[in-house]
Design a protein around this ligand. Sequence first.
Ligand SMILES: [Mg+2]
Length: 192
Amino acid sequence: MPRHWIFDLDGTLTRAVHDFDLLRRELGLPAGQPLLEAIAERPASEAAALHVRLDALEADYVSATGPAPGALELLEHLRAHGAHLGILTRNSRANAQATLAHCELAAFFDPAHVIGRDEAEPKPSPAGIRSLLDSWGGRPDDAVMLGDFRYDLLAGRAAGVSTVSVDPSGQHPWRELADRCVNSLAELLDGR
Ligand SMILES: [Mg+2]
């Protein structure tokens, strides 16, 4: 079992509730383009205002979600086995902490190990994974990145860690980027 476990948050440890097409429309951003990259292309003053608005819109999703099936059991298992646990999200750290609290998962994560879009260059950059491994003194070959989106798996590949695609639908559209595909976090418990 790897020692270092890095999770995407929204749609991986929690049930997926974000409607990114709606967020793009509400922010006046072009369809089909990733939010953070679309905002980064705007002039600085406009980008700052869009980030404030995005933080507020994403805060509305906090109370709409809940823990993903198997999340609590997996985290309890990993903690009992001494694994290091981190979060790498394109959401803000504040919204991530609020989401973890709402889902009653906050106790598993040192706040310093919850890396949001302002703490490291966002995924697909591997910067957040490298930062977490540095803080743990860990090696990439003893680490895993888990997520429900292409950027999670790309970040993991770029950092040289193993990757797990988590997709309750079982479709795994980016399976070529994943070392393992699971339909539920419960599948990662020993003996499953
Ligand atoms: Mg996600």
